[in-house]
Design a binder for this molecule. Structure first.
Ligand code: UD1
Ligand code: CA
Length: 469
């Protein structure tokens, strides 16, 4: 299976001679954002990282990114040793952009042009495009119900491609053409240099259009072939927040389908967001409106209630996370019961069968098996043993305004409600804290500590009454 797959790949992929240029110098004005367009996250990863990934899947000789003003941020986000960078100082058009990459291209293969803001194009489609470009110029096109804004594909009476005309340069009749240029092209490198050198910016946008190389190829009798993607979304680009949101739904839907194919039960595949990598065991159930970020692992039979946020976490088998729980940088379970309304912050490690209830916040603490904090508590910088009960309103006072200190609670301790443990402090094995204790010293094993003012009783107490006016 594997070896035949590899053989197939070797047959369809040109072994040598593929170079890829990713255009990413556009400003993305319509995003109206301080973040460069290609760095906007799609399912948690920058747009351009999808394009780099699909580019790598084709094993190109050269992988070059054309960046513009502020492009250092792009480089900072995705740089790797296989990437070459070309600066386009002025945004003078797609043809001008490709020209900047020319010094990186050996000149004897196929140059595949991708857009940094068209993230969902698939390897298979690009393989077909590159294959088509052997002895031809290959353009990826789609038919759009509303082609407004795109370059239109002009064909002659016999259906041969003649040229591409941009929206702004097109006549009314040309604008009625529904077949559009996606912008993705595979170009014989031997001709590219001469074609680019002949481009003119005598057009509506005063730009050097890469699309004008099509008419030049036709003049030179080089065939121009259109390749269509299997799915329309492969060719969708991001120019505005609305388009970004639309692609986000495409990706999320696909992720939901994949999860369900692997046996994960989703209450509603339209109401889950995975912004990273979610790995699930068997028998996992995920209720509606959950957001997963970063690397999240859910063990067998884990159930996630509605409206939870989970980032960079590992949830052990059989654990149940109830509604509105927030988990970030934590290891939980197995067999844990968390929430509703619990918050687990970075550095939290909960062993087997730990119960964390509503309005309990845990930070940088290890809690051992069978321990509970069921209501309203803050546990920070603590080491908690087994079978410990942390009462409602308990607070570890871990911070003196300058430094943080640790609280240690040993096995079988019982912390009465509304206690403050002023760290550094240790509660010995089996010790008890009476309700309302403010603990400022260590408690030996099996002892009771209680700090509580004696109750003052005054009989028949008269409360103040309002003055007559
Ligand atoms: C381009 C095509 C159009 C096609 C459309 C598909 C041209 C002349 N037009 O138009 O036929 O239908 O894409 O979306 O090619 N870029 C640079 N430097 C520049 C200009 C653009 O790097 O100077 C990059 C952008 O970052 C973007 C891509 O090239 O990734 C396309 O730029 P954009 O301005 O969106 O092109 P359109 O005018 O939409
Ligand atoms: Ca565009």
């Amino acid at each position: 299976m594997r070896s035949s797959q590899t053989r197939q790949e070797a047959e369809t992929r040109p072994e040598s001679g593929l170079d890829i240029v990713i255009l990413a110098a556009g400003q993305g004005k319509r995003m109206n954002s301080t973040l460069l367009k290609v760095l906007h996250p799609l399912a948690g990863k920058p747009l351009v990282s999808y394009v780099i990934r699909v580019a790598r899947s084709l094993s190109p000789r050269r992988l070059c990114i054309v960046h513009g003003h502020g492009g250092e941020a792009v480089r900072g986000a995705v740089d790797a040793s296989d990437l070459r960078w070309a600066l386009q100082e002025t945004q003078s058009g797609t043809g001008h952009a490709v020209l900047q990459a020319m010094p990186h291209l050996p000149g004897d293969g196929t140059a595949l042009v991708l857009y940094g803001d068209v993230p969902l194009i698939r390897t298979k489609t690009l393989e077909r495009l590159v294959e088509t470009a052997r002895g031809a110029l290959a353009v990826l096109t789609v038919d759009l119900f509303d082609p407004t804004g795109y370059g239109r594909i002009l064909r002659d009476a016999s259906g041969r491609i003649l040229r591409i005309v941009e929206q702004k340069d097109a006549t009314d009749e040309e604008r009625r053409i529904r077949e559009v240029n996606t912008g993705i092209m595979a170009i014989p490198e031997a001709r590219l240099g001469a074609w680019l050198a002949r481009l003119s910016n005598d057009n509506a946008q005063k730009e050097y259009y890469l699309t004008d190389i099509v008419a030049q190829a036709v003049d030179e009798d080089l065939p121009v072939c259109a390749v269509r993607p299997e799915y329309e979304w492969e060719a969708l680009g991001v120019n505005s927040p609305g388009e970004l949101a639309a692609l986000e739904r495409v990706v999320q839907r696909a992720t939901a389908e994949e999860l369900m194919e692997r046996g994960v039960r989703l209450a509603d595949p339209a109401r889950i967001d995975v912004r990273g990598d979610l790995v699930c065991g068997r028998g996992v159930f995920i209720d509606v409106n959950n957001v997963f970020e970063g690397a999240v692992e859910l063990g067998d039979d884990v159930e996630i209630g509605p409206n939870c946020f989970v980032r960079d976490a590992k949830i052990g088998a059989g654990s149940r996370i109830a509604a509105f729980t927030h988990i970030d940088g934590a290891r939980v379970g197995p067999e844990a019961r968390i929430g509703p309304y619990a918050r687990l912050r970075p550095g939290t490690e909960l062993n087997e069968n730990v119960h964390i209830g509503n309005f309990v916040e845990i930070k940088k603490s290890r809690i051992d098996s069978d321990s509970k904090a069921s209501h309203l508590a803050y546990v920070g910088d603590a080491l908690v043993g087994r079978r410990v009960n942390i009462g409602a309103g308990t607070i570890t006072c871990n911070y003196d305004g300058a430094n943080k200190y640790q609280t240690v609670i040993e096995d079988d301790a019982f912390i009465g409600s509304d206690s403050q443990l002023v760290a550094p402090v240790r509660v010995g094995k089996g010790a008890t804290l009476g309700a309302g204790t403010t603990l400022t010293r260590d408690v030996p094993p099996d002892a009771l500590a209680v700090t509580r003012p004696k109750t003052l009783l005054i009989s028949a107490w008269k409360r103040p009454s309002k003055k007559e006016t």
